[in-house]
Design a protein around this ligand. Structure first.
Ligand code: KIV
Ligand code: NA
Length: 269
């Protein structure tokens, strides 16, 4: 099976209608990518790996090197989904040239297909600069976690009319600049619908209601690996409990000398 392409994702939405919703999940490791790949259209190497993998307090300290290594692992573990890599905080906001250098470095090092960056109208010039030079860009508006120090937290955005209008304007600016899709995070349902209707490219929601053209979740949240999760997460499994139970059984068997048993022990021929 050939890998999906960015134009194929972009064209899932035609004349404002998306017949088949777009499915995206985060992936940070090769094995995780292998397990998710066949079920997804897009795998996002999100800078949420800062919290999820590295135990950092936010995505702000995440480095380009971290993104490079995890993106390469996800590309090696997948062959179907389009792999999108987040540009981490501080690696692209300075200028379109800075963004291009970081994006090119990430795509060359990993073999990923596209990048994602946070921000609306202020980033439109950068989005156009990248797209015109061969780098597909996914936008990200609404709650933008890299701006946590400006926003003051991770609560939903666009509850006032003025902020809602700004978010619609941000999404339109990214759409006009050539973004192939836009992540819409942490907004009330009417705004999820308004943004989705305002742009020609697909919207991919996270905490943005069912009115978007697709959905994304952080995989570790969705499978119950990460302990603190926002309200918009649905837990499909409780993998943390499975791992903790396995560790408890193993520890007990080591301490009672019942592991390793005959099946796990080499003998001379
Ligand atoms: O970093 C991330 O995981 C993301 C998604 C939540 C959209 O940006
Ligand atoms: Na992110």
């Amino acid at each position: 099976m050939r890998r999906l392409t960015v134009p194929a994702i972009r064209d899932r939405k035609r004349d404002g209608v998306t017949a088949e919703p777009i499915v995206m999940l985060t992936a940070y490791t090769a094995r995780q990518a292998q397990l998710l790949d066949a079920h997804c259209d897009l795998l996002l190497v999100g800078d949420s790996l800062g919290q999820v993998i590295y135990g950092l307090p936010s995505s702000v300290p995440v480095t380009v090197e971290m993104m490079e290594n995890h993106a390469a692992a996800v590309v090696r573990g997948s062959y179907h989904s389009v792999v999108v890599v987040d540009l981490p905080f501080g690696s692209y906001e300075g200028s379109p040239e800075q963004a291009f250098a970081t994006a090119a470095r990430l795509l060359k090092a990993s073999g990923a297909t596209a990048i994602k960056l946070e921000g609306g109208a202020a980033m439109a010039e950068t989005v156009a600069f990248l797209v015109q030079r061969g780098i597909p860009v996914m936008g990200h508006v609404g709650l933008t976690p890299q701006a946590v120090n400006v926003l003051g937290g991770y609560g939903p955005r666009g509850r006032s009319e003025a902020e809602a209008a700004k978010i619609v304007g941000d999404a339109k600016a990214l759409d006009a600049a050539g973004a192939f899709a836009i992540v819409l995070e942490g907004v009330v349902e009417p705004l999820g619908l308004a943004v989705t209707q305002a742009v020609s490219c697909p919207t991919i929601g996270i905490g943005a209601s069912a009115r978007c053209d697709g959905q994304v979740l952080v995989t570790d949240d969705m499978v119950g690996m990460f302990e603190r999760v926002p309200r918009f997460v649905k837990r499909y499994e409780n993998v943390a409990a499975i791992i903790a139970a396995a560790a408890q059984n193993y520890a007990e068997e080591v301490r009672t000398r019942s592991f390793p048993g005959p099946d796990q022990t080499y003998q001379p021929k």
